[in-house]
Design a protein around this ligand. Sequence first.
Ligand code: ADP
Length: 479
Amino acid sequence: MTDVLNQLFIGGAWVDAADGATMPVDDPATGEILCHVADAGPKDAKLAEEAAVQAQQDWARTAPRTRSEILRRAYELILERTDELAHLMTSEMGKPLAEARGEVAYAAEFFRWFSEEAVRIDGGCGTLPDGRNRMLLSRRPVGPCLLITPWNFPLAMGTRKIGPAIAAGCTMILKPAPQTPLSSLALAGILKEAGLPDGVLNVVTTSRAGEVCEPLLRGGRIRKLSFTGSTGVGRILLAQCADTVVRTSMELGGNAPFIVFDDADLDVAVDGAMVAKMRNMGEACTAANRFFVHRSVADEFGRRLAERMRALVVGPGTRDGVDVGPLIDRTGRGKVEELVADAVERGARVLVGGRTPEGPGCFYPPTVLTDVSPESRLMDTEIFGPVAAILTFDDEDEVLRRANDTPWGLVGYVFTQGLDRGLRVSEGLEVGMVGLNTGLVSNPAAPFGGVKQSGLGREGGQVGIDEFLEYQYVAVPVR
Ligand code: ADP
């Protein structure tokens, strides 16, 4: 790995950290160091902030069509480089190449979508109720933004924030997760090539997230935080944003219920479960975390799911035919092991998997647990691994109550062939998104986000750009 971009991107230039610090990037499939990247500190954050603040005014005045075309060019460049980007992503994050290619396409789609939205930012003009005053309504970019992204979708979590920020006319500092800086740096290179003016996007890779981000959020010049990550860190950041009243969008954790009724098509439900559980090795905030299966079909569902999970090939994401790559790191895997051990201690039966393999890399096998006790820790903890935990239920009211009995509310999955029941249960779930007879909800054209402690605001869809825009109203009396 000698030709990857590994410096900070500030004001359109590639630079080392001011104190010369670097940090290693590991390959989760081998545990070996892939390369080193610049490790930014507070001084670099200041420079990035200065660059974003300086660029803001001109960028806000840039024609929407120009902003749109930069995004469109970047969309095309990403697709042209699918293979290269997918390899980079697999090497730093571990997901199988086929999934990495899928993520590249998904990530690019946010740029296409927001290139289309950039030229449709609305405004208005009207008469106020008194009949005398007129109102001119326009939308303004909120200002320089801090974007903080997680490691699980290294490219798509970046484009989902950068796309609307560019479309809205905001400048930004992107701070990717320390485990996966390379995809973000490659993305910055692509945006530069696509013609993004200097200073509009700045990327600071760092192992010192707190030291870098807190002064930015408290400094009064950053006007917006868009964060995707854990609820715990989200809470800390919300508190930091309070002092200077920074606007926030928060995509936090989930604890998705996956509900299978007795009238579900079990083939469809098992297909849905494979996607909702195994996409990204279960390392997704949308991952099904609690399977509630009607008592009369639970054995059959568990058997079929276990059969499908058993057939999956585990190995390095770069190897042909591999379905399940390594988890992100030893800490992530350790947490999965502990949750499974706890569930088993409380009486769960292991239908498949459940044992950590020997050898290098952070691998964990696809696992199905049945007869899971509601007291198990994995019921109120994001598993973030390939473990399906099955519980049974008897009736609709009961399952809704249990599904909603969590502080999170990102997504839920419902499987039934009854239209009435499907809609009733979807509406009864306290979540921002529902997969009704499907295990996949993410789509750049739909608003992604949660309720309760899963977050604030939405990304993607027609409302995604609103998070980066303010209203300005001008009162005009007509005399
Ligand atoms: P995960 O557990 O999935 O790594 P985190 O919430 O810890 O989720 O991380 C998501 C993102 O938030 C990463 O980019 C991480 O570096 C960043 N982060 C973690 N702690 C802080 C902090 N105190 N301030 C700012 N960013 C942080």
